[in-house]
Design a binder for this molecule. Structure first.
Ligand code: IMP
Length: 438
């Protein structure tokens, strides 16, 4: 079996959680490798809704091992709560979940610094999820972070926390003139969470290598989306990690030769939360209709998502930098009621047609969408689980997107539940299932 990366081709919220849940029983290991509790992966299985923030979506379906690898920034208290909630819903966690000793810890002051930085930026704020992700990665890069493995060194933990809290307080008090954090108020819940998480903490890179040697098959579950990548996204309106495929290596310790295929996930239209350029945003009735029908409100923050038409310019860019072998198109049912569908095939920037994503966010803000209009199908696709059963015009729309991206559409999602999915098994085999040469 090949090892597969699944990641978002847009600005996040493409439905990665659902697709990973759907595919997970074809693999025996599921790995999250970047981001943190800013992610909100929604999985609906047999009528039960699960919202996962840090635990891989593969925990719900199948019996595989779920790994939170070193590239993730972990909020330990929230992680304990998430595991407990899963257990209460009858999901087997013990023996199926591990957490990297090298993952970074999101500290309470990271959340506060996130809030204060956004306040300071005022109108120029990013619109973060407020989960402390940016400040946690800042601490990691400036070598002032706490790692999950440190939670296990009980005798040294308080000393480390004291040093880090004092460093953070300098900023909080001197720059922001806010109340400092108390060392023990930070230390005690961390130590308690560390005790609860101890049975799950391990060297996940070693573990993954052992599993690869034993012939294990791995699905790597991305968080956020390609256009939120710190390098390749719409900087500075991005998240603070690499959301693109390269992150799999650095975030897990698994080298490229064991990463065989890459599957992009894109909605049949486009959404974005937070600020930043979004050329195909539709602020008219059409966008409002997508939000309403698609239930486009953030799983982490509840914020209404900005909605618009499929942006083939940024999706092609995402396909290129991630080497997508195929794409899954989600939420096609949301477009059922539209008689005409727009697809953004190029941008107009200062009177000129361009077909690339500009590096500068201010240039991208000035980009106007150039649309190709495609007929809608005006028929229900809701819950359809076979590609051939889709209305002809919906198939034509999917073919059109596949042609623009230069890759096949392998999965079509037609509703929130796992059952509401059409997997094209022949296309899956041809594009994603290779027998790798180790
Ligand atoms: P942060 O990741 O909380 O720092 O937020 C930075 C930007 O990424 C903001 O625009 C957020 O709305 C966006 N973002 C972060 N995580 C997600 C996600 O899981 N889905 C969609 N947008 C996200």
């Amino acid at each position: 079996m090949s090892n597969l990366v699944v990641l978002g081709a847009q600005w996040g919220d493409e439905g990665k959680g659902k697709i990973v849940d759907l595919l997970t029983d074809r693999f025996d290991t599921v790995v999250r490798y970047q981001g943190g509790a800013n992610a909100g992966h929604t999985v609906v299985a047999e009528g039960v809704k699960y919202i996962l923030h840090q635990v891989p979506s593969g925990i719900i379906n199948g019996a595989g091992l779920c790994v939170v690898a070193n590239g993730v920034v972990v909020d330990p208290t929230a992680m304990v709560g998430e595991l407990l909630e899963l257990k209460q819903k009858g999901i087997e966690v013990d023996g199926r979940f591990v957490l990297s000793d090298r993952a970074q810890v999101v500290m309470p002051y990271h959340g506060e610094l996130d809030r204060l930085t956004e306040m300071r930026l005022g109108k120029g704020s990013i619109g973060t999820t407020g989960k402390g992700i940016g400040p946690a990665y800042e601490s990691k890069i400036s070598r002032a972070g706490l790692r999950v493995g440190d939670l296990l060194t009980n005798s040294k933990l308080r000393e480390k926390v004291k040093d880090l809290v004092e460093r953070a307080n300098e900023l909080i008090v001197k720059l922001y003139n806010e109340r400092p954090f108390d060392v023990d108020e930070v230390y005690s819940p961390l130590a308690a969470a560390g005790e609860q998480l101890a049975p799950y903490i391990t060297n996940t890179a070693d573990l993954l290598h052992r599993r690869i040697e034993e012939g294990s098959s791995i699905i790597f579950e991305g968080a956020q989306g390609a256009m939120l990548d710190i390098d390749h996204g719409t900087y500075p309106f991005v998240t603070s990690s690499n959301t693109t495929v390269g992150s799999v290596c650095s975030g897990t310790g698994v080298p490229p030769k064991h990463i065989h295929r890459s599957l992009g996930i894109a909605k049949a239209y486009c959404t974005r939360v937070g600020k930043g350029p979004f050329p195909s945003e539709d602020e008219t009735e059409a966008g409002e209709k997508m939000r309403e029908i698609g239930g486009e409100f953030g799983a982490t923050t509840g914020r209404p998502r900005r909605c618009g038409w499929f942006d083939a310019v940024s999706a092609c860019y995402a396909a290129r930098i991630n080497g997508f072998d195929a794409v899954a198109i989600t939420k096609i049912d949301v477009l059922d009621g539209f008689s005409e569908i727009q697809v953004c095939i190029a941008y107009e920037l200062d009177g000129k047609r361009i077909e690339h994503v500009p590096a500068s966010a201010t240039e991208m803000e000035r980009c106007k969408p150039i649309y190709k209009s495609v007929p809608g199908w005006r028929d229900s696709t809701s819950g359809i689980d076979g590609f051939d059963d889709l209305p002809d015009k919906a198939k034509r729309y999917l073919d059109y997107l596949a042609g623009l991206l230069g890759i096949p559409v392998v999965i079509i999602s037609t509703g929130p539940d796992r059952r509401h999915s059409a997997v094209r098994e022949d296309v899956y085999r041809q594009s994603l299932q290779v027998i790798p040469n180790h």
